[in-house]
Design a protein around this ligand. Structure first.
Ligand code: ZN
Length: 260
């Protein structure tokens, strides 16, 4: 009976899941539709807004909003409306974007991103995570892993393996759109974001300078920006490679450099 239940769960998983494709052509395992992901993102964003101090500094909000607008207007047509950008007054070197079109920028990151071009690299990277549906992929992988682990926990009940299975389950139980991204996601967000910043009229080389600045930071690791960072040199080399590649493909500024 228990095995039958496990089988149903696995079948259900395969019925509900689908395969999608990221902007770089990577195939993705997706179990949640866009509406469900948007709701998770919006709910998480509301909680963050309640926990963190929202900046009311007009100049900072205007600067961040200006860079965000410049990136948003070069996104695929269906992605150009309905974004909310919030600046958080915090020393944390962090920024994030969530499904549901929410962008959060911490004032701490503005000291590391020295100019609008570097901030555009961050903005492109974060928005890239959302458009590539990395949150959906992450939550789906996590949920599928939990379904399998729960099945394993049932099957090992009373056995010497039960405790081991249960402890893995505990680790995997972390759920939601705020889980750390994988290196694959980080690299993909870098190259997707790079294209947006180029099209928006910013200097693409600023993305390399930004990560140089990031890599100089010591101390506590912020929750998104440096969470599972690819090796610094790899990241910068990958950006350099894509600046060349995009240029040879004819990717160019669709707008004059925004004066943010
Ligand atoms: Zn990232």
């Amino acid at each position: 009976m228990k095995n039958k239940c496990l089988l149903s769960l696995l079948l259900l998983t395969s019925v509900l899941a689908s395969c999608a494709q990221s902007p770089t052509g990577r195939s993705q395992f997706i179990m949640f539709d866009a509406d469900k992901m948007a709701k998770m993102g919006v709910d998480s964003f509301e909680s963050i807004k309640q926990e963190q101090k929202v900046s009311t500094d007009a100049k900072t909000n205007q600067y961040v909003g200006c860079v965000a607008d410049a990136i948003i207007r070069v996104l695929p047509a269906e992605w150009q409306e309905g974004w909310e950008v919030v600046v958080f007054d915090s020393e944390q070197v962090n920024a994030f974007a969530l499904p549901g079109r929410k962008i959060g920028v911490y004032t701490g990151i503005l000291a590391v991103a020295e100019d609008a071009d570097q901030l555009a690299a961050i903005m492109g990277h974060e928005v890239g995570h959302v458009i590539a549906n990395h949150g959906g992929e992450r939550v789906s992988q996590n949920t599928a892993a939990n379904v399998v682990l729960q099945g394993a926990a049932v099957m090992t009940q009373g056995s010497e393996y039960q405790q081991a299975t249960m402890s893995v389950l505990g680790l995997g139980a972390q759920y939601g759109v705020l889980l750390p991204y994988s290196r694959t996601h980080e690299s993909e967000a870098d190259v997707v974001g790079l294209k947006y910043m180029m099209e928006a009229g910013f200097k693409p080389e600023a993305s390399m300078k930004l990560w140089e600045n990031m890599n100089k930071l010591g101390g506590e690791k912020p929750m998104e920006i440096l969470s599972t960072h690819p090796a610094p040199d790899t990241r910068i080399k990958n950006l350099a490679k894509h600046i060349k590649k995009y240029s040879s493909q004819g990717v160019k500024a669709k707008f004059a450099r925004p004066s943010c």
